[in-house]
Structures are given as C-alpha cells and as structure tokens.
Design a protein. Structure first.
Length: 153
C-alpha cells in the first residue's frame, strides 16, 4: 500500500476526516511476543507459554496489548507521509482500547483516519490520527488509538 502523502504540514489542516488507508499486513509470531516480553518484563503465561495457553481462555498465546499498540509506530509511516518537514515527533495518544486479543500467528495491519489537525505554538501542525489495528479475518479490531504527532515545517 502507498502512504497517503501530504505536501507539507499545513496540508493536514484541510484534510480532517480523510481516510488514510491501510498499512501492510504483519504476522505476529511467538518470537516477536517473547522479545516484547523480555523488553518489558511482562512474562504472563497467556503471552509466553504456548503449552499452557492451549488450554487457556484464548486457545493459544496472545500478543500483549501494548505490543499491538507499539506496532502503530511501524504502521503510521506506511499509512501517511508528511513532506517538507524539519522534524516530526510522536506527541502522545488518546483513547486507547484493546477490543480483541491478537492470537499468535495472526496478521494485523493499521487503518488510519485523520481526525484532527491544528496549528500549535511554534508553528508546528499537530495531527491526531485514529489508528485501528485490524486482525485479518475478524470483525473486531485488536486496538484503537488516537495518535498525536507534531510536524514542524
């Protein structure tokens, strides 16, 4: 998929409500889950013990919710590109939810929508992009988060 491209940060201001499309699909394997567990110290069995998880509530291990959310940072540049910037930074996030678990072996992708854009102090444009992390073959999303980024012309 090609990213939705904005010629400059100001172009975001007239694009509120725009569907930004989707990222590529990404398979969530046990190695990625285990690596995230090691990085965060969250070794709960529903994430890292495939044998025990077979008989657990999800029938397999599942990705950590925060792993799923952190992958939004991988998806965003695939969803949108803002050109002619001196710097772009992640500023925060609002309204984070995890409606459905991501079983190991699932494929996920991000779908973006520009829901707000405004000029902020210093001349930067602040954009709020709602990223819905979809799970291939299911109707319920894995994660919905309103990301906040700032783009300095």
């Amino acid at each position: 998929m090609a990213a939705t491209t904005f010629e400059n940060p100001a172009a975001l201001l007239s694009s509120v409500g725009k569907d930004l499309g989707t990222s590529d699909w990404l398979e969530i394997d046990q190695t990625r889950i285990d690596t995230f567990a090691d990085a965060t110290g969250d070794h709960q069995w529903i994430h890292v013990d495939p044998e025990r998880a077979k008989n657990g509530p999800f029938g397999s291990t599942i990705a950590h919710g925060y792993l799923t959310m952190s992958l939004v940072n991988l998806f965003l540049p695939q969803i949108m590109e803002v050109q002619n910037v001196s710097m772009g930074v992640n500023y925060g996030a609002d309204k984070l939810r995890f409606p459905a678990p991501v079983p190991v072996g699932s494929r996920i992708r991000g779908r973006g929508e520009l829901i707000e854009a405004e000029e902020v102090k210093g001349g930067a444009i602040q954009a709020k992009v709602r990223v819905t992390v979809e799970i291939d073959g299911t109707d319920r999303p894995a994660c919905v988060v309103d990301t906040i980024s700032r783009f300095v012309p």
